[in-house]
Design a protein around this ligand. Structure first.
Ligand code: 6PG
Length: 245
């Protein structure tokens, strides 16, 4: 893929620092071109340390956080105060420490039925990002089964071509999720994968160098038409992938 860049480091701490530097530079670049930087956060556990890093020095002072609008690439269908909530994790590790104004935080309204929550979130995105809905930055993780956001293997949402946000019932986790779809992710200017740990090595290999099979390896679908994909990984996750190093 022409627009894919791999950043591999020995230890996860180095990965986090490099990803934080990259996000700072990408936000600054977006703010040169417009009033706001529209950033979609990833869920799960991997990003927490990155968020805590961004909420502290030097990033808390270096970035014009009041011009960043925070969205969520996917959300579990739970209340915002539930321990599994991606919003809650980001609120505690990043948004509250940086004192981000509520007006710049766009959580999924999980008090609604999943289909209505997805439709409303799509409208929120269209209202704030306009017709072509390009996020400046979408941060993603990778599951050990090669899912990303809530695009899980063999789910119908993988083939969604129109909607920007969809609800999906995920058998593996026995729960509804609300997720960005492939068209929305691939409209982004910059996609950043943050993946570390040996448990991800097989999924990383399958996605980057395995057989082309997006139903089995959904993260293979991430290929922004006009943007770049940056993978920030430690050596344990990058495993056997040819990193050109
Ligand atoms: C979620 C995430 C999901 C996550 C991967 C990796 O809501 O769980 O959006 O796509 O990024 O499952 O999760 P970990 O970082 O916890 O390994």
């Amino acid at each position: 893929m022409k627009n894919r860049v791999l950043h591999v480091f020995r230890h996860s701490d180095e990965v986090i620092r490099a990803a934080a530097d990259f996000l700072r530079d990408s936000i600054e670049h977006a703010l040169l071109a417009g009033m706001h930087c529209n950033l979609a956060l990833a869920g799960g556990s991997s990003p927490r340390q990155l968020y805590e890093t961004l909420a502290g020095p030097p990033y808390d002072r270096e970035i014009e956080w009041n011009r960043v609008r925070f969205f969520f690439g996917d959300e579990r269908n739970v209340p915002h105060d539930h321990p599994d909530s991606n919003f809650r994790m980001a609120l505690k590790s990043l948004l509250q420490p940086l004192e981000i104004a509520a007006a710049n935080i766009f959580p999924v309204d999980t008090s609604l039925p999943p289909d209505r929550a997805a439709a409303q979130y799509e409208q929120t995105i269209r209202d704030h990002l306009g017709r072509h809905y390009p996020f400046d930055i979408i941060l993603l993780g990778l599951g050990d089964n090669a899912h990303t956001a809530s695009l899980f293997p063999f789910t119908s949402v993988l083939d969604e071509k129109q909607a920007l946000v969809r609800e999906v019932y995920v058998e593996e986790v026995n729960r509804y999720r609300i997720t960005f779809t492939v068209p929305l992710i691939n409209a982004a200017r910059t996609v950043v994968f943050l993946v570390y740990g040996s448990s991800k090595a097989a999924a990383v290999y399958d996605v980057l160098e395995g057989l082309h099979d997006y139903k089995r390896y959904p993260a293979q679908l991430v290929s922004p038409s006009r943007g770049e994909v940056h993978w920030f990984m430690d050596e344990a996750a990058a495993g056997g992938v040819d990193t050109g190093r």
